[in-house]
Design a protein around this ligand. Sequence first.
Ligand SMILES: *[C@@H]1O[C@H](CO)[C@@H](O)[C@H](O)[C@H]1NC(C)=O
Ligand SMILES: *[C@@H]1O[C@H](CO)[C@@H](O)[C@H](O)[C@H]1NC(C)=O
Length: 483
Amino acid sequence: MIALLIYSLLFCAFGSAVFVAYLLLSFTKYAGPEPGSPKEPVSVHVLVLGDIGRSPRMTYHALSIAKHGGKVNLIGYLETSPHPDVVNNSNITLTPLPTPPRRPPSVPFILFAPWKVLYQVYHLIYLLGRTLPPTQWILVQNPPTIPTLAIASLICRLRNSKLIIDWHNYGWTILAGTRGANHPLVALSKLYECYFGRLGHLHLTVTHAMARQLREPPYSITEPMLPVHDRPAAIFQPITSPSTREETLTRILSPPERDLIPAILSGATRLIVSSTSWTPDEDFSLLLDALVEYATTTTTTTTTTSPTAAAPPPLLAIITGKGPQKSHYLSRIAALTHAGRLPNVRITTAFLPFTDYAALLACADLGVCLHRSSSGVDLPMKVVDMFGAGLPVAAYAGYESFGELVREGENGVGFGAAGELAGVLVRLFAGVGGGGDGGKGGRGEGSGKTELEWLREGAVREGRRRWDEEWDSKVGMVLGLVS
Ligand SMILES: *[C@@H]1O[C@H](CO)[C@@H](O)[C@H](O)[C@H]1NC(C)=O
Ligand SMILES: *[C@@H]1O[C@H](CO)[C@@H](O)[C@H](O)[C@H]1NC(C)=O
């Protein structure tokens, strides 16, 4: 059995060596425009080793390049439907990668991972080296890091392209989060990422904090570095008219929740939205615990002569997203509801098309973000989208770059634990509690606004800053697409 395995691994290694050697002898190179010839359009391979439909940032890069007349091959997996503007764009070619094999539960990770990587190496080299013509630039998302960084830098070297690395996060910190910091592959992937990371000709980062970190050891990158903050796409817009809000909710909500629409519109029931990837690095139980606590909270109103106890307003929580732990949490939600521990809270899940998701955000009262940063220096795109839709957020705040996006008391509120989140929900929806009278909640006082209304204005302001301005003035200039 073991011998068979070793032989098959050797066979794979030998086979790929022959294949790579064959390719190396047959690559064509990017030659650039001939002197004196009319200007050729800028050409870019935009590569993500993930589902294109769930890679908004790479999608926006592709759309921005195309808008300024660049030619794009957008390369990745086709699992969910890509952004509608990408599909029929005359300057963008969608180039699907075959989906890699899934690990059968009986095969250990350490044996399966090399096989999956070989599979991806083969397809990437074939696609970037043979199927597609050479381009001026290859723009690659990191992470996933293995094997894309190595393959993209190899292809760039061989085909005379220049490499742009768009740093969303670090692959090794994510691996450390899922496999444990002491797993042998973590140290290896850190070395790999630091080595190949330095081969980029241009680096884009999602935060200033990340750009600072990449200049330092162990990364020690010296090439040009541009922090490009994520911004909401045009599809995320606030909805201000109550009738549009009603129509939108009627369209999106399924029948049992549709009954709640009048209460949502009058503010008697509050609508919160959270999108999660249902993975271990987003602790969904934190939101669930907070909702259980909210459901059993009573607030005391002291404005009348005799204090009266009241429950905070009922909540509808819509959780969107797909992911591995979804069914686990669905059964926990069902059990809690059955046990009567979520009396005035209804939790429902959905996986919505892009446009419906954007519309739902615009109809909600508060967005909740559970994103925990493995590197401490990335930012959750979903909060950016929420701001685009004019939706204030309550977001997990325990990482360095948090303040580059969410400004406490201005466009959102941070929390660190379930109890704190429950307190935030009670404070914002019932208008009481929190840090005592005149605490953080006192910001809107005097202007006659509630804290939630105040935060909503901040979110709308933040959401007005759009991707095009950010991108055109930074990346567009460097690529020579914008003058
Ligand atoms: C594609 O590029 C051309 C210039 O080559 C430009 O005029 C056009 O607007 C672009 N199309 C899209 C859909 O971005
Ligand atoms: C793309 O174009 C085809 C026909 O040219 C049309 O049938 C289709 O609906 C379009 N798709 C999108 C997403 O715009």
